[in-house]
Design a protein around this ligand. Structure first.
Ligand code: ATP
Ligand code: MG
Length: 233
């Protein structure tokens, strides 16, 4: 259940396109991320950051190889792969139903565990107890999340990853509409104790968000043009 056990990722010659005969929007990317590293990805809009996150899970057409903990994804069941690695997209889609249902589709966890996940993801630090509209496990999520802000949706998706104990978390920061406080809360949660053994990749829109990463990757026009520690860059 806890595969991948450490969160080591090796990528060699990874290219990606959105349709079988479409252009390669990610080209020949290679890198190695060690378990537990904090990695930031930056690059201009359209440079391929979100595409790279999708290619890592083989959600689009890819060439090249990705290994998680030394195991090549070609030989893996894709459902298995996707249930063990969490990507939080720029615009997460939630399930219609309660917040509890969104955190625990199969009804496997106690409310205590789910509330711990919400707390660790930072939700409670953003809402006042006396607010009647505050989110709780019983809150109804309408229209697959359309009644929530993008920041709230990302926090819920993060809480789900914490509950599932994902060893590899990929956060694609919302481009717009996310306020500074919410952004800071999410980044604080990702740096907290609970994530110290987790490999965290953050696609960042503010360089400041990822300045204390172990590694920063810079993408330009679908290519990886730099990868180094923030001190060197
Ligand atoms: P942003 O900072 O705006 O989120 P990004 O770096 O995440 O940008 P990508 O979304 O990865 O950029 O886009 C890279 C390239 O892939 C762009 O040229 C874009 O037009 C193309 N692209 C993205 N999504 C699709 C799609 N669903 N179908 C076809 N092409 C796409
Ligand atoms: Mg993007």
């Amino acid at each position: 259940a806890y595969w991948p056990s450490s969160g080591d990722i090796r990528v060699k010659g990874l290219s990606a396109r959105y349709s079988p005969d479409g252009p390669k929007v990610l080209q020949d990317v290679s890198f190695h991320i060690k378990a537990g590293q904090r990695v930031g990805i930056v690059g201009r809009t359209g440079s391929g950051k979100s595409t790279l996150t999708l290619a890592l899970l083989r959600c689009i057409y890819t060439e090249g190889t990705v290994w998680y903990d030394g195991v090549a994804t070609d030989s893996m069941n894709l459902d298995d792969l996707r249930s063990n690695i969490t990507i939080i997209p720029q615009m997460p889609e939630l399930l219609s139903g309660t917040l509890r249902h969104n955190l625990d589709v199969f009804g496997e966890y106690d409310d205590g565990v789910l509330n711990d996940g919400l707390r660790a993801a930072g939700l409670f630090s953003l809402q006042r107890l006396q607010d009647e509209n505050r989110l709780t496990l019983d809150s109804k999520i309408a229209g697959a999340g359309s009644n929530l802000s993008v920041g709230q949706r990302q926090i819920i998706a993060l809480a789900r990853a914490i509950v599932r104990r994902s060893k590899l978390l990929i956060l694609d920061e919302a481009t717009s509409a996310i306020d500074y406080e919410t952004d800071a809360v999410i980044q604080g949660s990702l740096r907290s104790e609970i994530h110290k053994d987790v490999t965290v990749i953050t696609v960042a829109h503010r360089l400041q968000t990822i300045m204390d990463s172990d590694l920063i990757m810079v993408l330009d026009a679908g290519r990886l043009v730099e990868i180094d520690s923030p001190q060197v860059l």
